[in-house]
Ligand binder design. Sequence first.
Ligand SMILES: C[S@@+](CC[C@H](N)C(=O)[O-])C[C@H]1O[C@@H](n2cnc3c(N)ncnc32)[C@H](O)[C@@H]1O
Length: 306
Amino acid sequence: LTVETGPIEAAHAVGEALALMARRLQESGIEEPRREARMLAAAALGLDLAGLILHEGRPVGDAAARANAMLARRAAHEPLSRIRGEREFYGLPLGLNAATLDPRPDTETLVDAVLDHLAAAGGGHPRILDLGTGTGALLLALLSRLPAARGIGIDIATDAVEMARNNARSLGLGDRAVFRAGDMMQGLDTLPGFDILSPDGVFDAIVSNPPYIPSADIAGLAPEVRLFDPVQALDGGADGLDFYRRIAADAPALLVPGGLVALEVGAGQASAVAGLLDRGGLMAIDTRRDLAGIERVVSGQTRARL
Ligand SMILES: C[S@@+](CC[C@H](N)C(=O)[O-])C[C@H]1O[C@@H](n2cnc3c(N)ncnc32)[C@H](O)[C@@H]1O
């Protein structure tokens, strides 16, 4: 196939459009340009990957404008999930907007850790608090696996709260999840909807994937992150640990006996965060690695009832 340059036109065959996309993405410094081009073309043309091969010779037609627009965004390093407006997390389709972090596969490690803990704690109607909920990823993944659980998700960004609420509704989880705007645990007990967790408003698990990038490191992040994830979702203060300090200080008082705090951490932060949870009075401090072998989750528990 001769690879032309320039925009995709209606008369181009799907295979030619794919080649044009791959060339443009390569020129823009996107890694794995062919694979990215296939995913982008599939999204633009409304086909799956098999359909792209099957219809290789078919003209692109009306989809050319959409394909060019999507290509320009990806060439500017916008992540494909943002271009699509959707990301799959723990098997759930989650809507994204400019105020939400694009949930990462590594964060699924935290969901597994909490599910294991709650299974070991046994049955009941677990109540879960998700601090810095973003799209609602953690809370919604947990509720999707725990039919008797309820929870509350808090975020400082009101547009993220709106998106989390929409996600809960479209996943059929809206009656067991409330989402509220707020500053971490501050004023939590006065928030409308907190009574979803009655009688005593304490939690079996507090989860968080807080902002944890040291402020000075943000400028050096990949453009996909630096330019498109909201800085409010990234900035963890001078050493990246500001939110862990607050959670370690305030979370234990909100937990039932034997309750769990489980936190995602950045690479190299696990031992510092374990120290903070220990000093906050938590026990059974544990770490869990992600699929790349990086210590990704740190957890601790309150003393169990005797
Ligand atoms: C790293 S993102 C995690 C989002 C989501 N939980 C996930 O795992 O995909 C951190 C989130 O914390 C929120 N956040 C930042 N400061 C906050 C604060 N003071 N109180 C509550 N949420 C905050 C951000 O808006 C962002 O949604």
